[in-house]
Design a protein around this ligand. Structure first.
Ligand SMILES: [Cu+2]
Length: 120
């Protein structure tokens, strides 16, 4: 990884001033895959997106961006569980999905909130 990166950076350096910023941005995005959590909004008492496909080992970031409301994301299944507890406004909660499967995340406070997570 380090070798690949330094070789790529040399390419960026020789690509000239105008092209360099775009290439560097692409490199950073590529390096972040697998570590940057996928954001999940909870505005208006809805998970947004309502469905998401991720790879095993990736994470979701539940953002309470819903004014003064509390949320409380949880998942119960045979292979994987989590429970955020009551989530305060303007806070985030990250969950890494370590197993493959199709999961439904619910909110303990708002029964209509539903998020389907497909992990492969
Ligand atoms: Cu909620």
């Amino acid at each position: 990884m380090r070798l690949w990166l330094s070789r790529s950076l040399r390419v960026v350096k020789s690509a000239g001033v105008q092209l360099a910023p775009a290439i560097v941005a692409g490199l950073l995005t590529g390096a972040a895959i697998g570590v940057t959590p996928h954001p999940i909004s909870q505005k208006n008492r809805e998970f947004q997106p309502k469905q998401i496909a991720i790879k095993r080992g990736e994470a979701l970031r539940f953002i309470n961006d819903d004014g003064e409301l509390l949320h409380h994301a949880y998942l119960t299944s045979a292979t994987f569980n989590f429970d955020s507890g009551d989530q305060k406004p303007d806070s985030t909660f990250d969950v890494l999905f370590p197993v493959i499967g199709s999961f439904t995340v619910l909110c303990a406070i708002h029964p209509k909130m539903k998020l389907v997570v497909n992990v492969d």
